[in-house]
Structures are given as C-alpha cells and as structure tokens.
Design a protein around this ligand. Structure first.
Ligand code: FES
Ligand code: FES
Length: 163
C-alpha cells in the first residue's frame, strides 16, 4: 500500500514519517519513533494504556486513530512530560502516593492525569472518576491513583523544579 509523508512533532521534536493509510498513531509512535512508553494493550479503545495528549491538551487513545490524520500536529507522549529533566508533578504525586505497581497502565494514567490537571488544576472526585474511567489498571484499580491526583497541587506549587 502506498505510503504518505506526514510531519509530526512529538515531545517537541519534529519528524517526517512515511506512513501507510491504515497505520495507527500508536504503531507510528512505538514502531517508527521508538517511544514505547505508550503501551499497547487492547488496541481497540477499551483499556486506555495507549493514551497520549494532542495539541489541544486533550487525552486521546492512540490506538483508535490513524497517524495520517495527525499530519502537521504536535503530540505529547509519556516521554515528553518531564520538565527540564525533572519529573512532572503528576509523576511525583504518583510516586509519593504509591500509585504504581507493575507499571503497565501507568503511562496511560499519567497522561490522563496530566490532561485533567492541566485543564482543571483542582479536580473534584467526579471529574477524577470521569477522567480515569477509560484507563484500566489490572493490578489494583484506581484508589491510590485518585489520591495522587487529588494531591497533585502539592507538587505543582513547586512547578516541578525541585525536590
Ligand atoms: S491499547 Fe488503546 S485503548 Fe487499549
Ligand atoms: S499498575 Fe499494573 S496494570 Fe496498573
């Protein structure tokens, strides 16, 4: 199948990529760019582990969208959320509140959490539950993740620059 050249900026780095019309964004990110922090789970929109952030700041499922549709866009993956080499506040909160076990769902949860707190720095339980509904944790569920997100402001107040 003929490939098309698309321009994608990922985590601030510009790329020109030859993609087939049926190649998902998930596959381009993982296989062509080598950014395997974006996980591959159900590949059908049910588990959320492939979540990345688009240039509108929205969490999107990279397995459900074709790469060719994102020509000219700027995307963020889990590899791109640190701030000047320092963990992002949501990453710090997840560590502090023990919200990580095997880690398979963690990139999807972190990207979901980042999109949420970027648009709503002090989300209530309803907003947190709604945001997390699409990301499945196979280990223990969302209780510690919710604690972490509720308390992320402890870390945002320091702008992610220290500690
Ligand atoms: S891999 Fe995309 S939702 Fe499961
Ligand atoms: S930490 Fe293992 S699947 Fe969520």
């Amino acid at each position: 199948m003929a490939k098309s050249i698309i321009a994608l900026t990922v985590n601030g780095d510009p790329h020109e990529l030859a993609v087939s019309p049926r190649q998902t964004l998930q596959d381009v990110i993982r296989d062509d760019l080598g950014l395997i922090g974006t996980k591959k789970g159900c590949t059908s929109g049910s588990c959320g582990v492939c979540t990345i952030i688009n240039d509108e700041g929205e969490a999107i499922l990279s397995c459900l969208t074709l790469a060719i549709e994102w020509d000219g866009c700027s995307l963020t993956t889990i590899e791109g959320i640190e701030i000047d080499g320092t963990l992002h506040p949501v990453q710090k909160a997840f560590i502090e509140y023990g919200a990580v076990q095997c880690g398979f769902c963690t990139p999807g949860l972190l990207m979901t959490a980042k999109a949420l707190v970027d648009s709503n720095p002090d989300p209530d339980d309803e907003a947190i539950n709604e945001a997390l509904a699409g990301v499945i944790c196979r280990c223990t569920g969302h209780i510690k993740v919710k604690h972490a997100i509720r308390n992320v402001s402890q870390f945002t107040s320091k702008s992610g620059k220290d500690d």
